[in-house]
Design a protein around this ligand. Sequence first.
Ligand SMILES: *Cc1c(COP(=O)(O)O)cnc(C)c1O
Length: 388
Amino acid sequence: MTDGSAPFDLASLIVAHDEGNAYDAVVPPIAQTSLFTFKDYDDMLSSYRGEKVRPIYTRGLNPTVRMFEEMLAKLEGAEDALGFASGMAAISSAVLSFVEPGDRIVAVKHVYPDAFRLFGTILKRMKIEVTYVDGRDEEAVAKALPGAKVFYMESPTSWVMEAHDVGALAGLARKHGVVSMIDNSWASPFFQRPITLGVDLVIHSASKYLGGHSDVVAGVVAGSKEMIGQLKSEAYPYLGGKLSPFDAWLLIRGLRTLPLRMKAHEAAGLTIARRLQELDVVEQVCHPGLANRLPAGLNGTSGLFSFVFREGVDIRPFADHLKLFKLGVSWGGHESLIVPGEVVLQQKAQPNSAHAFGISPRSVRLHVGLEGTEVLWSDIEEAIAAAS
Ligand SMILES: *Cc1c(COP(=O)(O)O)cnc(C)c1O
């Protein structure tokens, strides 16, 4: 579904960053250091006075982290970006930078569960109210926005994968003077570039497709210089959820193969979703690519989706019989994964309104990895035979 015309210029970025490496090393060096020393007293003084921008301490500025931030900003079509120690550090820092007690946030339904829990705990204690709306219902969104400070989006949403017209929703937020942000982890900038659709801030759990190898927990926020500046002024240094240099270096490695990986996840994911839809034991498949067309601005689909078994199918033998799909949370790496809804519904975390996430006990979430469509499909067919 990728038309290939998306202005996603990874190659020129890589060339720009590779120039100047010692001995023309094809991989950039890591600045794996906590601090940077000064030549003399005046050198230190001019840095403290802000007369020159240079790294002083890695929590503030680190060259390897900066390289990742610049790459990601360009890929998202944003002026600037900031790396974080996790997707949740990125989400909490972005949201907290634009609200104060008494403010209201509008969020789409079925957001990532820990974002939902952040809103229901820490923000609630800060007297920040969150109103949930169906992102597919533009009238409802328009009604909820007046007076709100932040419009928090995720498209497609977690688990049930509802895809929204992100450009239209961002336009509504702009009209009402509300700061818009979106969790773009699922699509990655390869398939969706929300800044170009009018969204103010784009957030990623870089632990997923940006990293792509299941060896990093990280996050990033991209947006205008002014809005990223607002994050830099307080939430970034004082909450301190800084991306580490080594993790930034792994993310730079991950970005180099993002287009290839996304195309492979898309092809295998769609094929498996379509075949599941044909099975008698399957009631419903939640995959945005099965609709007649994708919403404007979404140029392809990734490998994460869910489906619902018909009543009477025992999910335990199905999950246990799978060999390539491992039982595991997270997603976005090379490997295929499965999460049964009935397990998630028993999680003890508070507030755990799992039904607010749209999860049914008969549903299963799959991440379709890079092992190959046919071997993955055989794995599923054999597991379904074992469960029926
Ligand atoms: C995993 C995930 C997050 C949280 O990211 P971490 O890196 O685990 O903190 C946020 N949003 C979505 C959609 C996710 O899947």
